[in-house]
Design a protein around this ligand. Structure first.
Ligand SMILES: Cc1cc2nc3c(=O)[nH]c(=O)nc-3n(C[C@H](O)[C@H](O)[C@H](O)COP(=O)(O)OP(=O)(O)OC[C@H]3O[C@@H](n4cnc5c(N)ncnc54)[C@H](O)[C@@H]3O)c2cc1C
Length: 360
């Protein structure tokens, strides 16, 4: 029977990183993955340029039922260690904004770096291999039954390992090989698992708002979106299904079904005050022109129409009440999504193994 020190299930970012470090520490390491290629999600990340770390990684930036859990890992391996590794491999990168570091070229630079780290450390990677069962042995190790991923009818073979790492990732983007395997295994071993929920995911809309987003599909504007006590100032993108863009992806991690988003379409501007000032300086200006100077023309016109405002109303024709009403809805546009696009497009999932049950 084949034996090894460490088996890692999952050749994604986590599994490959773990493999390189564990093999460097002198262990015999075997990484297993049912996919035919390692690190498929890495290739897709950051729009193909992998946002591989952030200058401002800190424990309080992590969402967790146990906010202390990440501290020990982050204190032992920080963003600076990873930036150092990227530098050693000569990978060119740049800061996009807010400390986000992206590859200048392609995400494959990061994947190739991890694969080369694994190779140099002597970690082996076996692809197209499925794990059919996992059992704990009396000595505290693990017995795995493996088989060819695409031939479940073929008889499997067993493998013994002293340590087992489960790095099978979350359920987002099933087409890239994501499964609920890790969470099921955790449950089988008696760990509490919070049901995963799609996060960093676009919202879907219905009826009139859906039509607005279809009509404006491809248009983006800067907004401040708020929900459940959290706010994000970033771009919002209208899509054929609803709302996306960094602001929406971020707030999706705080949104629950049935919640309403409050969207400030003119963050940083006092619309009521501006309307009054412009009424004096440009009384003949039409409402659509006024708003087109702040949002783009297409968004301004469609939005005013759907919200029931007269596009050709001049500023002079508006009374104080009308200006206040417009300002309020521009700053506090209430949007109730019908849902999210789910795991099909979600970048991550919330939930998973309760970290209160694990030693950090
Ligand atoms: C579109 C998109 C863009 C993203 N952009 C970024 C970004 O720019 N920056 C960032 O930090 N994060 C980004 N993310 C998130 C990031 O990609 C993931 O958080 C990260 O890749 C997760 O790594 P992982 O190793 O935990 O899991 P995964 O990458 O999901 O790897 C898990 C591996 O386990 C394998 N596996 C699953 N089940 C089994 C099984 N039963 N048997 C054998 N193997 C199995 C899978 O095939 C897979 O290879 C993005 C995600 C998406 C979808």
């Amino acid at each position: 029977m084949e034996q090894t020190d460490v088996v890692i299930i999952g050749a994604g970012a986590a599994g490959l990183m773990c493999a390189a470090h564990t093999a460097r520490a002198g262990k015999q390491v075997l990484v297993l993955d049912h996919a035919n290629k390692a690190g498929k999600k890495i290739l897709m990340s950051g729009g193909g340029r992998c946002n591989f770390t952030n200058y401002y990684v800190e424990p309080n930036r992590y969402l967790s039922h146990n906010p202390h859990f990440c501290k020990s890992a982050l204190s032992q391996y920080s963003q600076w260690d990873f930036i150092g590794l990227v530098g050693e491999h000569g990978i060119p990168y740049h800061e996009k904004k807010d400390g986000q570091l992206f590859c200048d070229n392609k995400s494959s630079d990061i994947l190739n770096m991890l694969l080369s780290e694994c190779e140099q450390a002597g970690a082996r990677i076996r692809l197209s291999t499925s794990v059919r069962s996992v059992e704990q042995t009396e000595e505290g190790g693990f017995l795995l039954e493996l088989g060819a991923a695409k031939a479940p009818e073929q008889s499997g073979y067993t493998l013994k390992t002293k340590k087992l790492v489960v790095a099978t990732g979350g359920p987002s983007i099933p087409t890239l090989g994501a499964t609920g395997f890790g969470f099921q295994l955790a449950k089988d071993f008696g760990l509490k698992v919070y049901e995963p929920v799609a996060a960093l995911v676009p919202f879907t809309l219905t009826s009139q708002l859906k039509q607005l987003s279809v009509d404006l599909s491809g248009n983006a504007c800067l907004v401040e979106v708020s929900c459940n006590g959290q706010s994000f100032l970033d771009d919002m993108l209208f899509t054929h299904r609803g709302l996306s863009g960094p602001a929406m992806l971020q707030i999706s991690s705080y949104w629950k079904p049935g919640d309403t988003l409050t969207i400030d379409l003119l963050p940083g501007l006092d619309a009521a005050e501006q309307l009054r000032a412009d009424q004096h300086s440009h009384p003949k200006q039409q409402l659509k022109t006024w708003l087109s100077h702040k949002l783009n023309q297409t968004i301004a016109e469609k939005w005013l129409e759907v919200m029931g405002f007269r596009l050709d109303a001049t500023l002079a024709s508006m009374n104080g009440e009308q200006m206040d009403a417009l300002a309020k809805v521009l700053h506090e546009w209430q949007v109730k999504p019908s849902g999210t696009e789910g795991y099909r497009t979600a970048e991550v999932a919330l939930g998973g193994v309760d970290t209160n049950e694990l030693s950090s």
